[in-house]
Design a binder for this molecule. Structure first.
Ligand code: NAD
Length: 308
């Protein structure tokens, strides 16, 4: 079967989903962007007599993050014309629209059960032959494919983008045991030729390659910092601009990734290892406290740094 991506759907419009949707729009692919919409009107909307079905309300709730991307400098979305290629919607109301997608990308919270619940819904509506991928940072692709239809399993694999997806060139492609060779080959060449990424084919092991190493490196850095009393500024400088990286590889990165997401990603390996190897993947206490306080990074406007 020859695959073609004329239309994509991204599910999850958070940090990564909105960025992936923007990247696809920038290369001319129309995208349906769905999320679970908080079904609440603002005071202002109530005063104006708007309802949840009103287009402006839905756009505000689902594509707020996308609109913000246009305003950032440099903007992840290159033009308003590209923004028009993104149709925002609500997962519950617009599930049927997934029938029109040739590629569905799941970009929701890093939790196996929640992701599996979503795949069950996707499996019920997708047209046969639709490629379904997960942006998981390291949950087992095989475990996610379990229980799904044969056609789904053949067309399911991991496509792990890096943050921010428009700029970072790496794309890990992680096949499940059930993924067909044609789908793996298609995704690899599509990733390179259309998405403009450098594809690394990774095995389905906890956190694959980049995050296995990356999470390890970050956690070891944090331990050393605590043990030796280095400051956030010192660590950020020597892992960032002073050694020629455009931004800090430690605290600023953690803020951009989201401390909550980082916690889930570290847990992916923690749950699958033992002893000394496992200990490294335990989050330091100060970070657990920050997460309890809701200081989860740029998306909450407070992480290691305050975002104004
Ligand atoms: P996020 O918290 O910014 O966004 C997650 C979005 O998913 C939210 O908008 C939430 O409302 C939505 N959501 C949650 N449950 C849902 C459901 N059942 N159905 C539909 N939408 C649902 O998270 P993120 O950082 O964008 O991460 C998303 C995925 O991408 C995770 O698997 C994560 O591990 C992976 N990832 C994250 C990064 C990063 O740097 N943040 C990098 C690579 C991969």
């Amino acid at each position: 079967m020859a695959y073609q991506i004329k239309k994509a759907a991204v599910i999850g419009s958070g940090v990564m989903g909105s960025g992936i949707a923007a990247h696809l729009a920038n290369i001319g692919i129309p995208v349906l962007l769905l999320d679970i919409v908080p079904n609440k009107l603002t005071e202002d909307e109530e005063k104006k007599g708007l309802t949840l079905e009103h287009k402006a309300v839905r756009n505000r709730m689902v594509s707020g993050s996308i609109q913000k991307l246009l305003k950032q400098k440099p903007a992840p979305l290159t033009s308003k014309k590209n923004l028009a290629l993104i149709e925002a919607g609500n997962l519950e109301d617009d599930l049927e629209k997934l029938k029109d997608a040739d590629w569905i990308i799941e970009v929701i919270v890093e939790n196996l059960d929640v992701k599996k619940g979503l795949y069950e819904k996707i499996d019920a509506v997708r047209k046969p032959g639709t490629i379904v991928t997960s942006n998981t940072s390291g949950i087992s692709i095989d475990a996610m494919a379990e229980g799904r239809s044969e056609d789904f399993q053949k067309h399911f694999l991991g496509t792990h983008f890096f943050n921010p997806p428009r700029y970072l060139k790496l794309l890990e492609v992680i096949p499940a045991k059930t993924t067909s060779t044609e789908v793996i080959e298609f995704m690899t060449s599509f990733g390179e030729d259309r998405l403009g990424k450098g594809v690394v084919l990774a095995k389905d092991t906890p956190n694959f390659i980049a995050n296995r190493i990356g999470t390890y490196g970050l956690l070891v850095t944090l331990r050393e910092m605590e043990k030796r009393g280095y400051t956030v500024g010192e660590v950020d400088s020597v892992t960032g601009t002073l050694i020629g990286r455009p931004k800090s590889a430690t605290f600023r990165t953690l803020d951009v990734v989201g401390l909550d997401t980082f916690m889930h990603v570290a847990k992916n390996v923690y749950d699958k290892t033992e002893g000394e190897e496992q200990e490294v993947f335990e989050l330091p206490e100060f970070m657990k406290k920050m997460i309890d306080n809701g200081w989860i990074g740029a998306k909450a406007k407070q992480g290691f740094f305050v975002k104004k």
